[in-house]
Design a protein around this ligand. Structure first.
Ligand code: SAH
Length: 243
């Protein structure tokens, strides 16, 4: 069934879809009066609705039933991602949203090959926010995950350290595995920090440690920078009973 986010909650049992979503409903899906859809307010409510009519470029819907959104995990995971090359971040944002991350924050790592200027970065952020919204709609999330403003690695580590379980995914970690770091704990918030293609510089590992992050391994194989966040998110969701 089609699913869209609405910017303001329904009034008197009526919800209005606007902008690109309305265009999608009316022009792409060519929805007809009487067809069913789900509208989500991004605050944890799903509205089971019937499409009534188009009004200019908006779509008016009648609410049939309100249900709590099913798609939100009970753990808040923020992914701090070292800026990778090219379009890889597009893929990472989409998959992280599907796997349940609530926030994705890019940071400029020492070994980030891609170092876009401020204007390009702003454009990229806009693109990632759009990808996050589309992925959230498609996979049935109850909110649109945030794509945060890009940070330095130090800022990212300090912000990450405020979580219940701040995990620094380090390819050179030999002692502690991610599962071990999570076993027996029920963290309400988890931070995952992942490096770019070239991995982390030793100084960055030190910065993370100083900030209070725990260094963990994803096992004996080196995963690509686009694989590592998906593996780490899957482990966190599994260990906390959200997968
Ligand atoms: N080029 C580096 C690997 C970088 S992999 C090297 O060859 O050593 C990119 C990022 O993915 C790493 O910085 C780390 O955050 C994560 N990663 C990949 N494999 C990992 C593993 N086995 N354990 C922990 N983190 C891993």
């Amino acid at each position: 069934m089609p699913r869209f986010f609405i910017d303001s909650p329904p009034v008197d049992g009526k919800a209005v879809v606007t902008g690109e979503d309305a265009h999608h409903m009316l022009k792409v899906l060519r929805m007809k009066a009487g067809e069913s859809l789900i509208l989500c307010d991004g605050q944890g409510h799903d509205y089971s609705c019937t499409f009534m009519q188009a009004n200019g470029d908006t779509a008016e819907c009648q609410v049939q039933e309100v249900l709590p959104s099913q798609g939100e995990p009970n753990v808040r995971v923020t992914l701090y991602m070292g800026l990778p090359k090219g379009d890889k971040m597009d893929f990472i944002v989409q998959k992280a949203v599907e796997l349940g991350a609530v926030e994705i924050v890019p940071f400029l790592a020492e070994r980030s090959v891609s170092r876009p200027d401020a204007k390009t970065l702003r454009k990229k952020c806009e693109r990632w926010r759009k990808i996050a919204r589309e992925a959230a709609m498609q996979c049935g999330r109850g909110c649109v995950p945030v794509v945060g403003e890009p940070l330095t690695q130090k800022q990212a580590a300090e912000q990450a350290a405020t979580c219940d379980a701040p995990l620094f995914l380090y390819e050179d970690e030999r002692e502690v595995g991610i599962r071990q770091a999570l076993r027996g704990k029920q963290p309400r918030s988890v931070a995952l920090m992942i490096g770019p293609e070239g991995g982390f510089a030793p100084a960055e590992a030190e910065t993370a440690k100083q900030a209070g992050m725990q260094s963990v391994s994803l096992g004996p194989r080196i995963l690509r920078c686009e694989t590592a966040p998906l593996a780490a998110l899957s482990v966190v969701m599994y260990e906390t009973g959200n997968l």
